[in-house]
Design a protein around this ligand. Structure first.
Ligand SMILES: [Zn+2]
Length: 191
């Protein structure tokens, strides 16, 4: 299936891009799972400039990163209108624990306050993702970071619509797929 270029939505800030880069490491639409094991995660961290060379990245680190990613995807799905209270509560509990595992410290300057990771290595890198999420939220744009509600997709995207009502990464692709599925189900029930 050809890639739909309309899915490449530019986000307004580097912080939003950091969160999206992290949640979109899943194998989406034929792409490779980028947090599959320690080596893959290490490569992703270096490409994103989140760790230097020589940082040891284990399979357990990759598993922890995937758990954090799953929790963030559930929160972004909630932003897109997914009504999964149980999943959202589980994700929020996980993120609460992540705050203790990957701590941030406020650094106050004359021009403002920045939340910065206190650790380095993998915990510091995951804290960087949480710092980016905090930054997006503090700018008032958290609800616009969403995950596509089409179940096989779940691509993270920034909703630029005027009334912040987008539920799918692309109306032409995922929106149309869901509409077609709903139509077929309804038709099958009628027959
Ligand atoms: Zn989608």
């Amino acid at each position: 299936m050809p890639m739909d270029t309309t899915r490449t939505i530019l986000s307004p800030s580097a912080a939003a891009e950091t969160v999206l880069a992290f949640v979109n490491t899943r194998a989406i639409d034929g792409s490779r799972e980028q947090l599959g094991d320690g080596a893959a995660f290490a490569q992703w961290l270096r490409l994103e400039g989140l760790t230097g060379p020589g940082v040891l990245v284990t399979h357990a680190d990759a598993a922890a990163a995937r758990e954090l990613r799953d929790a963030l995807v559930l929160v972004l799905l909630a932003h897109a209108g997914e009504e999964d209270d149980e999943g959202r509560a589980r994700a929020e509990e996980y993120l609460r624990r992540s705050a203790r595992l990957y701590p941030l410290a406020p650094v106050v300057t004359a021009s403002g306050v920045q939340l910065l990771p206190t650790g380095d290595g993998v915990p510091g890198a995951l804290a960087h993702v949480l710092a980016a999420a905090s930054d997006v939220a503090l700018r008032g744009a958290w609800m616009r970071l969403k995950a596509c509600r089409n179940p096989p997709c779940h691509l993270g995207f920034y909703d630029r619509s005027r009334n912040s009502s987008a539920a799918y990464c692309s109306p032409n692709r995922c929106g149309a797929q869901v509409a077609m599925r709903t139509y077929r189900t309804r038709k099958a029930q009628e027959e």
